[in-house]
Structure formats: structure tokens, C-alpha cells
Design a protein around this ligand. Structure first.
Ligand code: GDD
Ligand code: MN
Length: 355
């Protein structure tokens, strides 16, 4: 199996010789058929020239970008030129020890689709300032809030990882900032991820390019991932279905109450009617793709359990706000609907339609 190592660089001239030397040694000692692809953003220090000197005698390719800038997008450019079956991404500053490469490749050969060199596996310490540790933790928590399916992965922000080229086949990668792995974990096609502990070393030479801009890009990147992964769209659809449900709910509540029914009884009927319309609309629209893999029977059972608790939340609101705070009962119902919609959405995505 051929291996492509993709290295984004910006002003890393002094690190290149040492980095290449260590990578070639690893290639030789482990009989790895590998190539190195450097993607440089026209570094003023001449990183590209230094790297290019190796390309005559070694499997090194240097790509210089002039229009675009950024670590993650540089990696995507590198993927386009890579000829390997396994792609490995790593930094140029030797914070990512090349000696871990064989272990990453081994994990892939053993069946992992993605193998991550992880700063949070084993007891290696982080080598980051307190401020950066904190930012890193916060960033990770934020990603987990929206993308709970990758919660189990400890180092989602790692810049050192390997994957089978099929993982990103036919996938449009458009990362901003630093987090190329996050982009692949959220959009890629894969089953098994393996994490391998390593010691995140100190920079050999030069300076980190981490800045406030990178933190800001991260937030933009998360928003873009929410959109491109289809999650935001799902929530919008769920809300539209919910609005239709609200209309049905209020209409029934109003008419039945006007016909002389006690408002708590008409409220219960109204909830049941909107609940059914929500389920079927979500099934044929919001979760159409998921619904193909899920039997309607189990979905209905799970949905009813979820929504039964939703109804409880809704009724408690209807009662509490009307009786305790003397709200108009229609308003109380609206509050109940908002609370139960949030509950129901979480239940729907994470349980009812979980494939
Ligand atoms: N082409 C290109 N363009 N490369 C860049 C750019 C850019 O705009 N910015 C940074 N790089 C290159 C650097 O030259 C280096 O090789 C690598 O990307 C990492 O940059 P650093 O500035 O050293 O990042 P870091 O040490 O703060 O953080 C790295 O390691 C963490 C742990 O794995 C990054 O890879 C993080 O994403 C990662 O979480
Ligand atoms: Mn670094």
C-alpha cells in the first residue's frame, strides 16, 4: 500500500531538513512505499525552495499556493495531488513525531478507516499553555454539542492522522482554519476510528501560526459544517413541520373549547392530533433518508415514548402557566409547544431516527 504524507507549511524553512530526514528514516526502516506532499502558501522565508531541493532525489512533491491561505484548505489541495492509498496529515514543525507513522499505518491495515495520533490517549502531557488548553477544551465541547456522533473521539482537533483515501472519495471538503480532521470526521465515509497516543512535542524551529483569526475561523467552520452536514436544514424542516403542528393544535384547541369542552381536555386532543401530523410529516420529509433504514413500527414506538414525555412537558406548561401565572391558556400552550419541540427534536435525531 502506498502512503502519501501531506504537510501544510507556512514559514517552516528550518524544520524541513530535519523533518524529511526523520520521515525518510521511518520509510526506510519500515519499508514504507511513501511520498511527501508539501503544500506551501508561498512562504516568504522560502520554505518551498528548501523542500523542492529534495524532489530530485526523493519522492517529494511541492505545491505552492498563491491565491489561497490556510492550514486545512492546504491539506485538501494536497489530497488532490496525493497518489497513495493511505493519506497521512502532519505538521512540519516536528510537534508530530514521524516515528508514529508506522503505528498509524498499522492501525489502518488492521481495519481502521481513520487512525488518529491523539494527545488525549496515554499519559503524555500536552505541551500547551493553560490558555490554549482551555481554548482547545472549549472548542472540543462546542463541536460535541452539535456533532454528538463523534463524541467518543478524544482528539477531534488533532493535526496528525491517517485515513484510507476512500474516506473522502466524492466528498466536497471546504474547511476553514485549522481543523481538517473535524471536517473529515463529520463529512467523511468511515466506520472505524482508532486513536493512538503520542507526545505532542515542542516546536523545533519557528513560530506557531495559531492566532485569534484561527479561533474565529473555527466558529465559522462549525457553522459551515452544521449547514453542509445537513443538520441545520433538518432542524429547519423539523421547525416547519412543528409550525404546521402548532396550527393544527391551536385550531383544534380553540374550536373544541368553544364548543364547550374543558380547555384541558381539548388541549389533550389538540396535542394528540398535532403529534400524529408531526410524526408523518417528519417521516416523509425531515427524516426521509433515515426512515428508509428504520421500520415504521419501532419508529412509532420510540416516537410515542419521546412525545409522551413531550406531552407531559407540554401539559405541565399548559397547566402551570395558566393556573400559577394566570396566562391566557393559548399562550400557556405555546410555551409548552416550544419546550416540547426542543425535547422532541433531540429525541427524534438521537433516538427515533438514529440509523
Ligand atoms: N499551507 C499552510 N497555510 N500551512 C499552514 C498555515 C497556512 O495558512 N498555517 C499553519 N500552517 C502549517 C504550519 O506551517 C505547520 O506546519 C502546521 O500548519 C501547524 O501549524 P502551527 O501553527 O504549528 O499549529 P499548532 O502547533 O498551533 O497546532 C497544530 O497541532 C495541533 C495538535 O495536533 C495544528 O495542527 C492544530 O490543528 C492541532 O490541533
Ligand atoms: Mn505547531
Amino acid at each position: 500500500m502506498k502512503v502519501s504524507i501531506i504537510i501544510p507549511t507556512y514559514n517552516e524553512k528550518e524544520n524541513i531538513p530535519k523533518l524529511f530526514e526523520r520521515i525518510f528514516k521511518v520509510f526506510n526502516e519500515n519499508k514504507i512505499d511513501g511520498e511527501i506532499i508539501v503544500v506551501d502558501d508561498n512562504s516568504p522565508d522560502g520554505t518551498a525552495d528548501v523542500a523542492n531541493k529534495y524532489s530530485k532525489n526523493f519522492p517529494v512533491k511541492v505545491i505552492t499556493r498563491k491565491e489561497e491561505k490556510g492550514l486545512a484548505s492546504a491539506c485538501v489541495e494536497g489530497f488532490k495531488h496525493a497518489k497513495g492509498d493511505i493519506f497521512i496529515v502532519m505538521d512540519a514543525d516536528l510537534q508530530h513525531p514521524p516515528e508514529k507513522i508506522p503505528e498509524l499505518i498499522f492501525a489502518i491495515k488492521k481495519g481502521a478507516d481513520i487512525a488518529i495520533a491523539s494527545r488525549y490517549v496515554g499519559n503524555f502531557g500536552l505541551n500547551l499553555s493553560l490558555g490554549r488548553k482551555l481554548i482547545s477544551k472549549l472548542a472540543s465541547k462546542l463541536a460535541e454539542t452539535f456533532f454528538w456522533e463523534i463524541k467518543e473521539i478524544k482528539d477531534k482537533e488533532s493535526g496528525f492522522f491517517a485515513f484510507k483515501k476512500e474516506v473522502i472519495k466524492d466528498i466536497e471538503l471546504k474547511p476553514k482554519g485549522y481543523k481538517i480532521l473535524l471536517e473529515i470526521l463529520i463529512l467523511g465515509n468511515y466506520n472505524k476510528v482508532k486513536e493512538i497516543g503520542y507526545k505532542f512535542g515542542k516546536r523545533y524551529a519557528g513560530k506557531s501560526k495559531m492566532s485569534f483569526n484561527v479561533v474565529f475561523s473555527y466558529l465559522i467552520h462549525l457553522m459551515s459544517l452544521l449547514w453542509r452536514s445537513g443538520k441545520l436544514m433538518k432542524f429547519l424542516k423539523f421547525c416547519i413541520v412543528g409550525v404546521i403542528g402548532v396550527a393544527i393544535n391551536l385550531a383544534i384547541l380553540y374550536f373544541l373549547t368553544n364548543f364547550g369542552l374543558y380547555y384541558m381536555i381539548s388541549g389533550a386532543v389538540a396535542i394528540e392530533a398535532s403529534l400524529l401530523s408531526n410524526f408523518f410529516l417528519n417521516r416523509i420529509w425531515t427524516f426521509r433518508r433515515e426512515a428508509k433504514h428504520i421500520g415504521i413500527g419501532s419508529a412509532i414506538v420510540k416516537d410515542h415514548i419521546t412525545r409522551l414525555m413531550g406531552i407531559l412537558i407540554n401539559l405541565i406548561c399548559l397547566f402551570a402557566f395558566t393556573e400559577l401565572f394566570h396566562f391566557y391558556y393559548i399562550i400557556s400552550m405555546l410555551i409548552g409547544i416550544v419546550a416540547s419541540t426542543l425535547w422532541n427534536f433531540i429525541g427524534n435525531v438521537r433516538w427515533v431516527w438514529k440509523t
